[in-house]
Design a protein around this ligand. Sequence first.
Ligand SMILES: [Zn+2]
Length: 66
Amino acid sequence: MIIPVRCMTCGRVLGDKWEIFKKRVKKGENPKKVLDDLNIKNYCCRALFLTHKDISKEVAKFKRVQ
Ligand SMILES: [Zn+2]
């Protein structure tokens, strides 16, 4: 869905870096380099970025059942 605002393991704020990460990886940059530039060093935080899949647009098609 949406990337967690904070890392669930160490508590570092990551929510503000997702858009930057997504944009740069889409341009063809190596995800490792982008994470190094963003100063994200912990394995827990890096895993969150590398394994995240943004599906909010797909989920938005479905309405809530009352
Ligand atoms: Zn972390």
